[in-house]
Write a protein that binds this ligand. Structure first.
Ligand code: ADP
Ligand code: MG
Length: 659
């Protein structure tokens, strides 16, 4: 059954749902409420003056509509509630007029002005008029919460859902069945319902996640790879050719890779370390070793910008070893692309750097022996064409700049071997971080001025506060205005926000890169891989809205050269937590703190991305469930339960990891 087969979903609604990343009935069922409204109906006599409330009333006179301006109208009518006659007003709901039938019971939500006996309603409901819990969903323009509730309700009738928990475990933990859980999570009658449903759905989500990881681990442990014949001498040659001394952790990483590549097991390794900790150079060692043994390498980056940066950085270094490097991105000319593809196929090119485009059909290798994937998620669904199909059994290396505590890493990267880079390269200056209250904004402006005078550039991040694009945009533009005034219109300022087209965003970014724009205000997290070395200051408004790990990653955008860099966190709340960032520049320490300080904070960024984008589970709060599912899914695999399960055979089919 497809989305459009659900009652109430037409073509337009389908497009709206798509923009929420909902493409299938199952996606719709898994579009869980992000919060609940607890609706408590009160008696009109108990309502205080001008208090928000919900009351039951009866319509006693049909409504009148006044059109005040374009896009602005007022609907008024009279109703009674426990013998009080109310004059009800609601704005911009002229369309409700036909529903207001005399004698009908309605639920009024809004404020009651006792003196004037006026009720200003923010919403009116016509059915289900009882105390209840209302689900609140993430929405897009033109899709109301109510219409989404109806769609999900209809989708629930379709029986289009899959229960992924093997029977043995749902019996063991006495879980409620899947359909009941879905019904309760979307339409709970009590808090207990929400708890029962969510624990079951979380377990299910984490079980399938850990199943994939453990299944991969099993595959990997058996996989034979390329055994390269080189000696320690080649390792020394590489290290000596570098313009700097490797840190202890980098040396350890080089050793790990040397061992992996020279034994017959296939390498499947993750290098974990802060931005700037020097992961790339360790990965370059793998590329070097692979190349001198006569194999080709591929380096995949998540964006074109990053791919270009890698190309620029690696080309010269690798030229010393006679390693030929090519860049393949969407912006390369057709004729040039053809040459590159030819040279790749005939083995002229030793290392190809590019985006995901590297896995497309027309890219053919001569003898691919190593795939390095930078900041990329590992499971691609429906991506039949994997890079590993293009090689024999290439070794695989992943790089991640999201430092997480080791215990976590062992679970969610359970299928990979880990090399952790914690020590920083010598001479690297820590970013000086200062937490400031809003009332101390003058200090921040003063510091900004100082940096601007040195011809340095500044990032200003203003996180989205409301779930309302229009208002958010307004507040960012207001901030821009403030800064313009503060610097007497003398400083060029650029603003990046969600309403801009990609091309406009690019233009602003380029202006910032070349220094034409000095202050860049951004509403969202600045894209990974933005590297503007002359930016030395980052100001983050409402810093309390971010997790520590995210703030740490954000400030990693500055401190890109040997000039001292600064990060100012502006917040009136949560100072204690934010002070962790004043204390430390160590991403692993910070993520551990973030984890310990329950309450606020997010381990993996504002938006969990890639593999870690769970719909209901949260790795931090549900760590115990994660550990349980790790154990259970290992047991399930050991007992080969999945072999008779069509559902799990389908999951296995879809694990196409990009290597
Ligand atoms: P990452 O990939 O972890 O973000 P990079 O490998 O890009 O970090 O390193 C950041 C910068 O530091 C690069 O310019 C790199 O040449 C340099 N670098 C790496 N390791 C060292 C080191 N041990 N000593 C000095 N500079 C280093
Ligand atoms: Mg090996």
């Amino acid at each position: 059954m497809e989305l459009k087969d659900i009652k109430g979903i037409g073509e337009q609604a389908q497009r709206k749902l798509n923009s929420l990343n909902i493409y299938t009935v199952n996606d719709l069922l898994e579009h869980y409420p992000y919060r609940y409204n607890f609706i408590n109906i009160v008696n009109i006599h108990d309502v205080k003056d001008n208090e928000n409330c919900m009351i039951i009333a009866k319509v006693i006179e049909s409504g009148k509509v006044q059109y005040i301006k374009r896009n602005f109208n007022r609907l008024t009518f009279n109703a009674t509630s426990d013998n009080v006659i109310l004059n009800v007003t609601i704005f911009n709901r002229a369309f409700l007029k036909p529903n207001l039938k005399v004698g009908q019971d309605i639920l009024l939500i809004g404020k009651y002005d006792k003196l004037k006996n006026k009720f200003i309603a923010s919403d009116i409901k016509f059915n289900n008029l009882e105390n209840k819990i209302e689900s609140v969903y993430h929405l897009v323009d033109g899709l109301t919460n109510n219409s989404l509730i109806k769609m999900i309700d209809n989708a629930l009738k379709s029986n289009e859902y899959i229960d992924y928990i093997p029977k043995y475990y749902s019996d063991k933990y006495h879980f409620i069945d899947k359909l009941t859980a879905l019904k309760k999570i979307h339409n709970p009658g009590s808090i207990d319902d929400i708890k029962k449903a969510s624990v079951r759905l979380k377990y299910e989500e984490l079980f399938t996640f850990m199943f994939k990881i453990n299944y991969l681990k099993r595959l990997n442990s058996k996989a034979l790879g390329i055994k390269r014949n080189v000696t320690e001498l080649s390792k020394r040659e590489f290290i000596q050719a570098l313009p700097f001394e490797l840190t202890i952790d980098q040396l350890k990483g080089v050793d790990d890779i040397y061992n992996d590549l020279t034994n017959s097991c296939r390498m499947n390794r993750l290098i974990l370390g802060d931005v700037g900790s020097g992961k790339t150079i360790v990965a370059t060692f793998a590329i070097y070793l692979n190349s001198i043994c006569g194999y080709q390498s591929a380096l995949m980056a998540p964006t074109e910008v990053l791919a270009e940066q890698h190309y620029k950085n690696l080309k010269d270094l690798l030229a010393k070893f006679n390693i030929k490097v090519a860049l393949l991105t969407g912006s390369i000319k057709k004729s040039e692309k053809k040459n590159i593809l030819d040279d790749l196929e005939n083995g002229e090119i030793n290392l190809i750097i590019g985006t995901h485009a590297l896995i497309s059909d027309d890219v053919k290798f001569n003898n691919l022996g190593l795939v390095v994937t930078d900041e990329q998620h590992r499971f691609g669904v429906g991506q039949r064409n994997t890079l590993s199909d293009k090689g024999i059994t290439p070794d695989v290396l992943y790089l991640s700049a999201t430092p997480i505590p080791r215990t976590y890493a062992l679970t969610i990267y359970g299928d990979l071997d880990l090399s952790i880079i914690r020590t920083k390269p010598k001479g690297r200056k820590d970013i000086i971080t200062v937490v400031k209250k809003e009332s101390e904004i003058k200090d921040v402006l003063y510091k900004m001025l100082e940096e601007l005078k040195l011809n340095h550039q500044i990032y200003v991040v203003s996180p989205l506060i409301l779930d309302n694009e229009e208002l958010d945009l307004k507040s960012v533009l207001a901030l821009e205005e403030k800064l313009r005034l503060a610097f007497n219109n003398q400083v060029p300022i650029g603003v990046l926000h969600g309403k801009l087209k990609n091309k406009e965003k690019e233009e602003i970014m380029n202006k910032f890169k070349c220094g034409e724009i000095k202050i860049l205000i951004s509403t969202t997290v600045i894209e990974v891989g933005i590297d503007v070395p002359s930016s030395t200051m980052m100001v983050i408004y409402n810093a309390e809205r971010f997790g520590l790990a995210t703030l740490h990653q954000l400030r990693g955008r500055v401190g890109r050269n040997d000039v001292q860099s600064y990060c100012y966190l502006i917040s009136n709340k949560d100072i204690e937590r934010l002070k962790v960032l004043e204390e430390s520049n160590d991403g692993f320490y910070i993520s551990e703190k973030d984890f310990q300080m329950r309450g606020q904070g997010d381990l993996f960024g504002v938006k969990q991305s890639g593999d870690m984008s769970f719909k209901i589970a949260n790795l931090k709060d549900d760590y115990q469930i994660l550990l349980q599912t790790k154990e259970d899914s290992e047991e399930y695999i050991k007992n080969k339960g999945y072999e008779d399960s069509k559902i799990y055979q389908d999951i296995i089919e879809k694990i196409t990891f990009i290597n």
